[in-house]
Design a protein around this ligand. Structure first.
Ligand code: PMP
Ligand code: GLN
Length: 388
């Protein structure tokens, strides 16, 4: 057999590993980010209706069903004042995961450099690798209770081989939401150095403090930005895998070309349901955020009481913690032992780093769970010091 030369082959994602550990041990799973309550009943019913009415049961159109492309266009215009042509500037994908893969496969060639914010979502590294690209991490570092982007470091990371910047805001796993000033600086740099930017905004509706600012809305960015989002987090249906990419026709066409040979199409009936979901009233989105703020506070307070240093997130449904105050330094070992020690599962942030050492003492907890589950987890974590 040919040698397995690709670093991502033969492995299991940390999310699968930790969810399996939770199942095996019966621990509360605050690892993989999925809600323990499904999204709105009306959206679920819309999917049932589509299935029954025979909409989407056969291959939907390659770019996505027109209803969903129109709904995405309306959403971008209503929320952010960004206009996209549903026919040429919007592509529906199998979740953001496929959008990321297709985008990188379409745009990145062997030896091209991709600048990405570290710690980064695990599929970025794999997809840059599959495209033959070289990842260039720019590390977000904790300061004053939050993670920050070092703009000088970002600027220094750009070389003649830089193909694109891969941004993620709100940011998984740190919970950081890039500020207007940071985004403006990224935009200026991209314009000055004539770079493409791919921005992963799957947590756009999970901004808990402040507001979401799409990079494409900054001066000079619409024509050089591909924006990726998906329905999983916004509507609490992570299993439906409906995502989308928006950008100018030439870029979206390139992504579509790659996407045709990945899934070709996916999630037929769910596309119709998400088209309806995107036009839910503002109250839906406001309630989602208000509920998540309560959950964040329950878990953040619980983690603080348990002795962790807590980076209270401005967005996403993840909390990054520092385990050093508990006398621990190795997040991997800590997470592998945590179910036995106190019946909770978490994710070691080191997996999101090239510089694993830099991420070693950080551990991520998801709070997209029922309040009583979070309270129980907080209670269990309080026992940690005794089990040391
Ligand atoms: N990007 C980030 C930053 C994520 O956290 C996730 C996980 N939801 C994805 C992309 C993948 O999204 P999807 O489930 O829509 O494929
Ligand atoms: N995005 C989810 C997380 O960060 C996991 C998705 C997956 O398992 N690939 O937890």
């Amino acid at each position: 057999m040919a040698a397995m030369t690709k670093e991502w082959l033969g492995g299991t994602t940390i999310f699968a590993e930790m969810s399996a550990l939770a199942l095996r041990t019966g621990a509360i799973n605050l690892g993989q980010g999925f809600p323990d309550t499904d999204g709105p009943e009306s959206v679920r019913e819309a999917a049932v209706r589509a299935l029954r009415d025979g909409r989407g049961n056969q291959y939907p159109p390659g770019p996505g069903v027109p209803e969903l492309r129109t709904a995405v266009a309306d959403h971008q215009r209503r929320r952010y004042g960004l206009t996209y042509d549903p026919d040429t500037e919007i592509l529906v994908t199998a979740g953001a995961t496929e959008a990321i893969a297709a985008t990188l496969l379409a745009l990145v060639g062997p030896g091209d450099e991709v600048i990405a914010l570290e710690p980064y979502y695990d599929s970025y590294a794999a997809c840059i690798g599959m495209a033959g690209g070289v990842r260039v991490p720019v590390t977000l570092r904790p300061r004053d209770g939050a993670y920050h982007l070092d703009l000088d470091e970002l600027r220094d990371a750009v070389t003649d081989r830089t193909r694109l910047i891969l941004l993620n805001t709100p940011h998984n796993p740190t919970g950081t939401v890039l500020t207007r000033a940071e985004l403006a600086a990224v935009a200026e740099l991209a314009v000055e150095r004539d770079l493409l930017v791919v921005t992963d905004e799957v947590y756009e509706h999970l901004v808990l403090d402040g507001e979401h600012l799409p990079l494409a809305s900054f001066p000079g960015m619409r024509e050089r930005t591909l924006t990726i989002s998906s329905a999983g987090k916004t509507f609490s249906f992570t299993g439906w895998k409906v995502g989308w990419v928006t950008g100018v026709p030439a870029l979206v066409t390139a992504v579509r070309s790659a996407k045709q040979f990945l899934t070709y199409v996916a999630s037929g009936p769910f596309q119709y349901a998400i088209a309806e979901a995107l036009s839910l009233p503002d109250s839906y989105f406001d309630t989602l955020r208000a509920d998540l703020r309560v959950k964040r506070d329950i878990l953040a307070d619980g983690l603080t009481a348990a002795g962790f240093d807590v980076y209270r997130p401005a967005g996403t449904y993840f909390i990054t913690t520092d385990i050093r105050p508990l006398g621990e330094t190795d997040g991997f070992a800590f997470c592998r032992a945590l179910p036995e020690r106190c019946g909770v599962v978490a994710i070691p942030n080191a997996v999101f780093y090239d510089h694993e050492k830099e991420g070693a003492p950080f551990v991520r907890f998801a709070f997209c769970k029922r309040d009583e589950v979070l309270r129980e987890a907080a209670e269990r974590l309080r026992g940690l010091r005794d089990s040391a």
